[in-house]
Ligand binder design. Structure first.
Ligand SMILES: Cc1cc2nc3c(=O)[nH]c(=O)nc-3n(C[C@H](O)[C@H](O)[C@H](O)COP(=O)(O)OP(=O)(O)OC[C@H]3O[C@@H](n4cnc5c(N)ncnc54)[C@H](O)[C@@H]3O)c2cc1C
Length: 400
């Protein structure tokens, strides 16, 4: 068996296959974990991407299964941290979707009802009850999940993988994938890998492959970290919760505390990828806008310097992580839409169990498709993201 891509999805697939006694090779273009898996904001979330109301409109009664799947993902990945003994500063804080104005609060209250009907373990509360900084009025506390250091987590998975029977080839790009009857041939620089089955866990790069799902759009998302903050300053604005905070904008903002005593904030503005992915550093305009946003939300903390900024490519489908068999013996697992920290290890493991001969798990059945649902490219380009950003600023200004 061959796995292409050594992020959390690919590493978890290869690790489980090795545990199940399957001979497995993993090919990674860079260094295992170097892409989105280690460069994210560390929210281990049991939430799906997208607003509950939109998800219900798109997926109807399936929302209950999807909610269960997302919940199971967070439990699974929490368990994995414990099972492998990975020190990744994990705190089971839960996460909060928090409103900045009355209109957002009303929407969140409505979404909380939808989520509760779908079986989510949530609670609606006001800002003070939830320990939110005073800039937020209140919101949905999502009990499961929490926050971690994704770099440490990914490094822990990598070292477990390297200690397993899986054969890992880093700095080895899969150049093409060709399914021919009962075998799949993967071309790599200077040779090829001939496998019975191949798993594509290539996230944002999936679009560039010669095989696999075509409906995957790469989107660049960014994060900024401040210098350490005096905890007294956080208490002064009511920020007592350690849960991760996200806003319900069209393009979300996220704010969290870290065990280093710094604050991390991100997203707000996205970039599409018309051609090759290339960039690994965030756009300066995006970083400046994130800092401006932080100053607006937390005026009393605007003395804090931004120490670093980073970003990475995520893969967007239709709000959902997806997995399937895109052609005979070519499987894929793309835990995308910016929510893969909990979901990638879970999907990778479920897929490996299925490939090792188990009946397909119900959660995997929920996601399984020959191709991700098509998202029109026009919806995922920088111009449209800029329009969404402008719309969010209007809703901020007029509190609508
Ligand atoms: C800035 C940022 C913040 C985020 N915040 C969060 C968060 O707080 N919570 C959350 O749940 N999610 C978050 N995400 C999303 C999350 O990180 C991803 O959903 C998840 O890491 C996806 O894992 P993956 O294994 O599918 O992909 P990746 O980690 O991107 O791994 C894919 C791997 O495939 C390799 N590859 C691609 N093509 C080839 C090829 N042809 N040959 C060989 N190798 C190849 C790449 O080099 C890469 O290592 C964030 C992402 C970013 C960028």
């Amino acid at each position: 068996m061959a796995v292409i891509g050594g992020g959390l999805a690919g590493m978890s697939t290869a690790l489980r296959l090795a545990e199940r006694g399957v001979v497995v090779v993993l090919l990674e273009a860079g260094y295992c974990g170097w892409a989105a898996s280690s460069r994210n904001a560390g929210y281990l979330s049991n939430e799906l991407a997208g607003e509950a109301e939109k998800l219900r409109a798109l997926y109807g009664s399936k929302l209950r299964n999807l909610t269960q799947y997302a919940e199971n993902s967070a439990h699974f990945t929490e368990g994995l941290i414990g099972k492998l003994g990975i020190d990744c500063d994990y705190e089971a804080t839960g996460n909060i979707k928090a409103a900045l104005n009355p209109a957002q609060l009303k929407r969140l209250r409505h979404n909380a009802e939808i989520l509760r009907d779908a079986g989510a373990d949530i609670e609606f509360g006001d800002g003070a009850d939830l320990g939110l900084p005073s800039t937020f009025l209140g919101g949905i506390f999502i009990r499961g999940g929490g926050l971690m250091n994704p770099g440490k987590f990914t490094a822990g998975i990598r070292s477990t993988l390297l200690g397993s029977s899986a054969r890992v080839f880093e700095r080895t790009t899969a150049l093409s994938v060709e399914a021919n009857g009962s075998r799949v041939s993967v071309k790599v620089p200077g040779g090829h890998v001939d496998a019975e089955r191949v798993v594509l866990a290539t996230n944002a790069n999936t679009r560039d492959l010669t095989a696999g799902p075509s409906n995957v759009a790469p989107v660049f998302t960014s994060v900024v970290e401040t210098e350490p903050v005096d905890p007294g300053q956080l208490e002064a604005i009511g920020w007592t919760s350690r849960a991760g905070i996200v806003t319900p904008h069209q393009i979300l903002e996220n704010y969290r505390r870290t065990p280093r005593g710094t604050l991390l904030f991100g997203t707000r503005r996205l970039r599409g990828a018309p051609a090759a992915l290339g960039a690994r550093e965030p756009d300066r305009a995006v970083v400046n806008d994130l800092i401006n946003g932080f100053h607006q939300r937390f005026p009393s903390l605007n003395y804090l310097g931004a120490e670093r900024a980073w970003g990475g490519w995520v893969a967007m489908t239709s709000f959902l992580p997806v997995a399937g068999e895109s052609e005979k013996n070519v499987f894929y697992a793309i835990s995308c839409n910016g929510h893969g920290l909990a979901q990638s290890p879970y999907i990778g493991t479920l897929l490996a169990d299925h490939l090792a001969g188990d009946e397909m798990h119900d959660d995997l059945k929920t996601l399984w498709r020959p191709n991700p649902p098509k998202v029109p490219a026009a919806l995922l380009n920088t111009a449209l993201f800029e329009a969404a950003w402008a719309f969010d600023r209007v809703t901020d200004r007029f509190r609508i």
